[in-house]
Design a protein around this ligand. Structure first.
Ligand code: NAD
Length: 351
């Protein structure tokens, strides 16, 4: 890989390769863009097949964080870190060594918990640095807030598509009843929505049926239901060339990461079917907004109020997509880049 060429092409500011002899830490911290604020991004630990795979992953994910924060309209930039290790070899020494590298960046990079990193691990990292989020009990876990963000996203899409504010009486299909999906069902039920749900675990669907009178449907059937909104809240890659032709819902609005199997191809396919797609990284930014608030001194009321950024950004994205004849996926990118460009030009004027 031509390292500097790749970094330049993807727009990264800094990539830090970290090695510690004693613990044999091998980590990469990628800071994509700090025009809007310090780079935020969680740390994942994986036994990557190759160092190149690890680098690709961290470069791609850190760039994604820049766009996510910009669309969430918070003063935060994009970053990400990967630790190349087997989860079994995770040790206090390794985590603390990693924490010292985070500290060395003096706040240009703020991190938290991702794959194979537990809240307890974050606590160990925090022995060496204050630049971590997710250790404070104040902001709680991200899922309940993510669910509220998704609810606001659904409201924005319903308002745009059907010119109505209320969700009362609408039919919504929720795929996946985990931490976010279950919370989302509760909110939707309270607002008078008729729920259709699927999960691979029968105890989860039974619980939502009992609590909220949801209709339980088969894992495959969930795509083709005649509903107003389809909310994918389970896995990535579920919007693809086999599922999209079967989807009847005019709106797709859910929390799952990387819903589009191929971003270009499948966002176009959804658009050609007239389906209003809420870009996943925009609608699921509630957790990021929550940890940002933790960073600035957590006040629940303020954090919840800021979730409205999701609603406002989505309405902006839908209008841009319609006016400019582009997909909502493309419109989200345009909105993020515009916000970043504006922040850059303000910095230049002030310097
Ligand atoms: P979770 O693991 O708690 O829940 C996922 C649920 O999906 C589980 O109940 C699982 O049984 C179910 N599931 C798995 N395969 C399925 C299938 N084929 N059909 C139907 N159900 C299936 O996860 P979560 O925290 O609720 O997050 C859900 C998604 O949202 C993930 O993609 C996650 O990356 C993304 N996300 C979550 C958050 C958050 O705050 N938790 C934030 C942003 C994005």
């Amino acid at each position: 890989m031509k390292l500097f060429e790749t970094i330049k092409q993807m727009g990264h500011e800094q990539v830090l390769f970290c090695h510690d002899f004693e613990s044999d830490l091998k980590a990469i911290i990628a800071i994509h863009d700090t025009s809007l604020g310090p780079a935020m991004g969680a740390t994942r630990l994986r036994p990557y097949a190759s160092e190149e795979d690890a680098l690709q992953d961290v470069l791609r994910l850190s760039r994604g964080m820049t766009y996510k924060a910009a669309c969430a309209n918070i003063p935060v930039g994009g970053g990400k870190a990967v630790i190349i290790a087997n989860p079994e070899n995770k040790s206090d020494k390794l985590l603390r060594a990693y924490g010292r590298f985070v500290e060395s960046l003096k706040g240009r990079f703020i991190t938290g918990q991702d794959m194979n990193i537990s809240p307890e691990d974050v606590r160990k990292i925090s022995c060496e640095t204050n630049y971590v989020v997710g250790v404070s009990e104040k902001s709680g876990g991200p899922a309940p807030v993510t669910a509220i963000g998704v609810l606001l996203g659904i409201k924005a899409a319903v308002e745009f598509r059907y010119s109505r504010e209320s969700l009362d009486g609408l039919k919504i299909a929720v795929q996946g009843l985990g931490n976010v999906g279950k919370n989302l069902c509760q909110h939707l039920h309270q607002l008078g929505v008729k729920l259709f749900v699927s999960d691979v675990l029968p105890q989860k669907t039974e619980e939502i049926k009992r609590l909220y009178g949801a209709t339980v449907v088969d894992e495959k059937e969930i795509y083709s239901l005649d509903v107003d909104v389809f909310a994918p809240c389970a896995l990535g890659g579920i919007l693809n060339s086999s599922t999209i032709p079967t989807i009847k819902a005019p709106i797709i609005a859910g929390c799952a990461n990387n819903q589009l199997e191929n971003e270009q191809v499948h966002s176009m396919l959804l658009d050609s079917k007239g389906i209003l797609y809420c870009p996943d990284y925009v609608i699921n930014a509630g957790g990021l907004i929550n940890v940002y608030n933790e960073m600035i001194g957590y006040e629940e009321e303020k954090a919840l109020l800021q979730l409205n950024n999701i609603y406002n950004s989505l309405l902006d994205i839908f209008s841009r997509a319609k006016e400019q004849g582009v997909t909502t996926h493309e419109a989200a990118k345009i909105l993020a880049e515009e916000r970043i460009r504006r922040a850059k030009s303000i910095k230049i004027v002030n310097s």
